[in-house]
Design a protein around this ligand. Structure first.
Ligand code: ATP
Length: 402
């Protein structure tokens, strides 16, 4: 092995013993590095063992700071305690209601815990203010007007309803085929009134959180009240509110408990509270009439498959920022997509643009759209096509002279 001395000495100038010394020196450097690494690892494992051996802290809720600087807390195990506060704790965080950790003897606050929601609630979609506006929704003008009257107006101007002595609907049911803009509508209303948007999927309550449904419903409503104004959207409500439910098995009893809790929550709040509940379903025919009673989901709005004009508007929305070639005629594309949902049209626009990118073009051509339409519409199973039966395109075409 040859070693370069690094001080201007050429290779091969060391005598045999010098070479040995050099080799041993570099061996020592190498061993020191390894030793450092092992020391670091040892520290890490020591810290881990310490964590494992540490006794658990006690969670408590701060009730009050006493004049002498101590704190009155209610520990999660039950009793109220007067405890000391560790000097290092930021006093600004110590607000009544804050979650704190006490040392294992329960004699002092040693940490302020972050405010935590129920982990199940976290699993659902909570958006402070969705960034969807009415201009992002195509072909649903009448439905938007109705939602503005029933949800937006009472949230923005509850006093008008008080003056008139009338009660706005507590809940609104949106029904129609999937992918036609129900969620979009609910988000747009939340955006308009600056509300928190909370979305839960009822079928998940029934399948994923077995035994927890009723508790989660309760927690979601209390979260909505804390974050008010808020809009709760219950997707696929038929999963917990089907009239065909025969309360025989334990699973069905559990679903029934979830529904009962939901109805109790809705019955329990004032129509002029700043929490509104929207629900969606694709199967209005199977819904239990109990949820449609006055004071519950007593406003029902149909969100149908888009007609010719609707499809045209949805195409306009999803090609707003797209560089289109002159040969792209959105009316023509709308005619080619009878039976498509809003979600289909969005997919078609994305597919067309992707094809243009693949070819290396910076403009999207008509042929890209035609191919995308074929791809998306081909072999689609459309169980909801009947929703459009009263909305035939031929009459629409006459109306818009297409
Ligand atoms: P589901 O019943 O499956 O929840 P949905 O009716 O709630 O369906 P959305 O989630 O609102 O459907 O729509 C899916 C996507 O399709 C939206 O993100 C949007 O991009 C597009 N889309 C659907 N309907 C419209 C519409 N009317 N205008 C513009 N885009 C739409």
């Amino acid at each position: 092995m040859s070693i370069n001395g690094g001080e201007g000495k050429a290779e091969g100038i060391y005598s045999g013993s010098e070479l040995k010394i050099r080799e041993q020196e570099s061996e020592i450097v190498f061993l020191r590095e390894i030793l450092e690494k092992y020391k670091e690892e040892l520290e890490y494992y020591k810290a881990q063992v310490e964590k494992l051996m540490a006794p658990p802290l006690i969670e408590a809720t701060l009730l009050e700071i006493l004049p002498d600087g101590r704190a009155l807390v209610k520990s999660s195990s039950g009793p109220m305690l007067v405890v000391q506060i560790l000097e290092t704790i930021d006093r600004n965080l110590l607000k009544p209601g804050a979650s704190v950790a006490l040392n294992q003897r329960g004699s002092a606050i040693v940490e302020v815990l972050p405010r935590f929601e129920d982990p199940y609630v976290k699993a659902f979609e909570v958006i402070e203010r969705p960034n969807i506006s009415y201009s992002d929704i195509g072909g649903l003008d009448e439905q938007i007007i109705e939602l503005r009257e029933t949800v937006e107006l009472p949230l923005k101007n509850p006093h008008i309803f008080r003056i008139m002595g009338i009660e706005p609907p507590k809940g609104v049911l949106l029904y129609g085929p999937p992918g036609c803009g129900k969620t979009l509508l609910a988000k747009a209303v939340a955006h308009e009134v600056n509300a928190t948007f909370i979305r839960i999927v009822a079928s998940e309550l029934a399948q994923k959180f077995i035994g927890e449904g009723a508790r989660i419903v309760k927690e979601i409503f209390s979260l909505a009240r804390r974050k008010a104004p808020s809009i709760i959207l219950i997707d696929e409500i038929d999963a917990i509110a089907s009239k065909r439910l025969d309360v025989g098995t334990s699973g069905e009893r559990e679903i029934h408990r979830t529904l009962t809790q939901l109805l109790a929550e809705i019955d329990g709040f004032d129509p002029l509270d700043n929490v509104k509940v929207l629900a969606t379903t694709n199967r209005i025919d199977v819904l239990d009439p109990a949820i449609l009673r006055p004071g519950r989901f007593d406003r029902i709005i149909e969100i149908p498959l888009p007609n010719l004009r609707g499809r045209y508007e949805i195409f306009k929305i999803h090609t707003r920022k797209m560089p289109l070639s002159n040969d792209v005629d959105l009316i023509e594309l709308s005619k080619l997509t009878e039976g498509a949902t809003g979600a289909d049209i969005k997919t078609i626009c994305i597919e067309a643009a992707l094809k243009a990118i693949r070819i290396g073009r910076e403009l999207v051509y008509k042929e890209d759209f035609v191919e995308a339409i074929k791809k998306v519409m081909r072999n689609r199973y459309r169980p909801y096509a009947f929703y459009n039966m009263n909305n035939r395109d031929s009459t629409e075409a006459n109306r818009y002279h297409l």
